[in-house]
Design a protein around this ligand. Structure first.
Ligand code: SAM
Ligand code: SF4
Ligand code: SF4
Length: 371
């Protein structure tokens, strides 16, 4: 018993002083140094994945010797849901579950059901979405929908199997992912986005086939510029196909017109097919930074809060979540971290014509923080 008390006191001593700054008025979001509200939370539920996409988890680094996080280090579903509840009090309206491959975390639908219970200060449920490589959707789609998932993003980089496997370094095929998308749509997850990372000379010949596949369906294809995330993928500016070039190549086959919407919180620039076959999105993180509207916080599998995809370090929330600390301390800790945020890495990278400044520490890997 005395040992337990000792550990608790030791942990309390290691916690930072409780922040006494001003919290936003009830119902108002907390804002950072650039007045960006905290609106979106991405929770990475695992650092493991059944794919080895060359641009994210190159196999020579993420091999059988790679040490993934032990289960005991991961936040439990209860801890994630508690954090999510407090984030919602501070302005978060949308939560995206990601990873690694989030569907590799056992019983993920249990977490979704817990998140679906949460209400914002105005009494609204959260907008719950998930990013997945799609390989396990045929098995999981219905359980996710039944648990309360609202939307889904499926990553798929090619229609042609050989190119698909060259990008994702897996035995799964493009048809497996298409079957997963169909299964999810059949289960009622009808608002599906398909994300395609484009690498020059590797899968850019798949831009048109992928567009053809999803034109005229309810699914919105979005092209992502290959990013310099982490330190393992050997990123090079020459490998990036700028969105403007994708628009030109796609528009030559299927004329496009821009759709204008609110830039705050927006990731993709939207374009519609002039023939009425739906829309596509461009995620231009390299050539057109959108830091000015970045309302996203990212929670790692072990409870580190990251303020930018390119940050070198996170802020520990697990210590507060695992201690006997009340929600007030957690709320104040999150508000303290967000109000001091000034991150704008992509803008700085653009200003440096692609050779971006780096945090002095090793930048975080995409498979850890989840995109
Ligand atoms: N495993 C899931 C998946 O692939 O959808 C979720 C995690 S994954 C890290 C999230 C997204 O990040 C995917 O759409 C993936 O294509 C994208 N991504 C990973 N590395 C990237 C990079 N270097 N540049 C651009 N997008 C990247
Ligand atoms: Fe896995 Fe997603 Fe990274 Fe591919 S992009 S290796 S599927 S985490
Ligand atoms: Fe947000 Fe950082 Fe990306 Fe800018 S670089 S949009 S601040 S995550």
């Amino acid at each position: 018993m005395s040992k337990v008390i000792f550990l608790t006191e030791q942990r309390r001593a290691s916690l930072p002083e409780i922040w006494t700054g001003d919290l936003p008025a009830a119902g108002e979001p907390v804002r950072d140094l650039r007045a960006r509200p905290l609106r979106d939370l991405r929770i990475s539920v695992t650092d493991r994945c059944n794919f080895r996409c060359t641009y994210c988890m190159p196999r020579d680094v993420f091999d059988s010797h790679y040490t993934f996080m032990p289960h005991s280090a991961l936040l439990s579903f209860e801890e994630m849901a508690r954090a999510a509840r407090v984030f919602a009090e501070l302005g978060v309206e949308k939560i995206r579950l990601t990873g690694g491959e989030p569907l590799m975390r056992k019983n993920l639908e249990v977490l979704i059901a817990m998140l679906a219970e949460i209400r914002t200060p105005s009494g609204q449920p959260l907008d719950l979405t998930l990013t997945t490589n799609g390989s396990l959707l045929t098995r999981k789609g219905r359980a996710l929908k039944d648990a309360g998932l609202n939307r889904l993003t499926v990553s798929m980089d090619a229609l042609d199997d050989a190119t698909f496997q060259r990008m994702s370094d897996t035995d799964y095929t493009a048809s497996d992912v298409l079957r997963g998308i169909d299964a999810a749509a059949d289960a009622g997850l009808d608002n599906i986005k398909v994300n395609m990372v484009v690498r020059r000379g590797i899968n850019d010949d798949q831009i048109l086939p992928m567009a053809r596949q999803f034109r005229g369906t309810p699914h919105v294809l979005r092209f992502i510029e290959y990013m310099d995330v982490g330190s393992t993928n050997g990123w090079n500016l020459q490998d990036v196909v700028p969105s403007a070039e994708i628009v030109a190549r796609l528009g030559a086959a299927y004329p496009l017109a821009p759709l204008i919407d609110d830039p705050m919180g927006r990731v993709a620039e939207r374009w519609r097919y002039l023939d009425g076959a739906g829309e596509v999105g461009m995620i231009s993180s390299v050539t057109q930074a959108f830091c000015g509207g970045c309302t996203r916080a990212r929670l790692s599998p072990e409870g580190q809060l990251f303020l930018c995809l390119f940050a070198g370090h996170g802020h520990d929330l697990r210590e507060v979540l695992r201690g006997d600390q009340d929600d007030e301390r957690l709320r104040r800790r999150i508000a303290q971290i967000w109000t001091a945020r000034g991150d704008n890495y992509s803008e700085q990278r653009s200003a440096a014509t692609g050779q971006g400044p780096r945090d002095a520490e090793r930048p975080v890997e995409m498979s850890y923080i989840g995109g």
